[in-house]
Design a binder for this molecule. Structure first.
Ligand code: CMP
Length: 140
């Protein structure tokens, strides 16, 4: 994936609260273009694999349980320097530390139930995009 694309997931807390549209609108206002999206419920195996890098961390079980607790919305977004731009737009992992106007400041309730995921590197953005989408699902 080019460095101007990244992967995000509107998590089960934000999706269940009907905030998927609000979050996408906020990101579109910040200049992100929607390249692919789907709505799905992750299986335990899928969530475990997606967050395998966190296996062994104390919050891993809670994270997998939460991510499988309801529907979520993976999306590929495009903007110049997408990974950094999206991490800036979503704010700190803990909403109490997130800057004003960020997705997590507006829509997250805790470090665990924090509304949105964003890839942390170009390499992970490419891997995470392939996790949810085929090349043919992406706008070219
Ligand atoms: P995310 O960007 O999806 O990537 C890893 C996730 O682990 C992170 O967002 C948080 O939701 C979760 N996480 C990180 N630290 C904690 C924690 N201390 N307690 C619960 N969940 C956490």
């Amino acid at each position: 994936m080019a460095a101007n694309r990244t992967l995000t997931i509107i998590k089960p807390d934000a999706f269940a609260a009907n905030n998927a549209g609000n979050i996408l609108a906020l990101l579109e206002k910040k200049g992100f273009k929607l390249i692919a999206s789907r709505v799905m419920k992750l299986s335990q195996a899928q969530a475990g694999e997606f967050y395998a890098v966190h296996a062994g961390r104390p919050f891993y079980g809670e994270l997998v349980e939460f991510m499988t607790s309801g529907y979520c919305m993976p999306m590929v977004l495009e903007k110049a320097d997408a990974v950094l731009a999206l991490r800036d737009a979503i704010g700190a992992t803990d909403p109490a530390e997130a800057a004003e106007g960020t997705v997590r400041k507006l829509y997250a309730e805790s470090k665990g139930k924090n509304a949105i995921h964003a890839s942390d590197s170009d390499e992970n953005a490419a891997r995470e995009s392939r996790f949810f989408f085929a090349e043919t699902d992406l706008i070219r």
